[in-house]
Ligand binder design. Structure first.
Ligand SMILES: [Zn+2]
Length: 103
């Protein structure tokens, strides 16, 4: 569990809606990578994120918690699409978890 999952999401004063993009920006405390509680929101409204997979912000705004702007992808896809998303040793560890999950 990352630190963002401990943040309550039912704080209307911490949500900003962008009429142009449809993004729902969480303005509360973000984790070290700039993410809000998007995983919990997605899992509440859409469904579980399978082991080894992650959520890609298709709007490219890390603080966005609009579940329509989130897509379940593999770390490989996320790395391929991401601007500034680094395929780091941590990324490689997540890829290994993905591949281990098929056995
Ligand atoms: Zn968005």
């Amino acid at each position: 569990m990352d630190s963002s999952e401990a943040i309550p999401v039912r704080e209307p004063d911490k949500l900003k809606f962008n009429l142009n993009t449809g993004c729902i920006i969480y303005t509360g405390i973000l984790n070290n990578s700039g993410y809000g509680p998007h995983v919990r929101v997605y899992q509440h409204f859409v469904g579980l994120v399978p082991l080894g997979y992650e959520l890609d912000h298709i709007c490219r705004r890390r603080a966005c918690i609009n579940f329509n702007h989130l897509e379940v992808v593999t770390p490989l896809v996320n790395c391929h699409r991401g601007k500034g998303y680094k395929c780091t040793p941590e990324w490689w560890e997540r890829v290994k978890i993905l591949y281990a999950s098929i056995y």
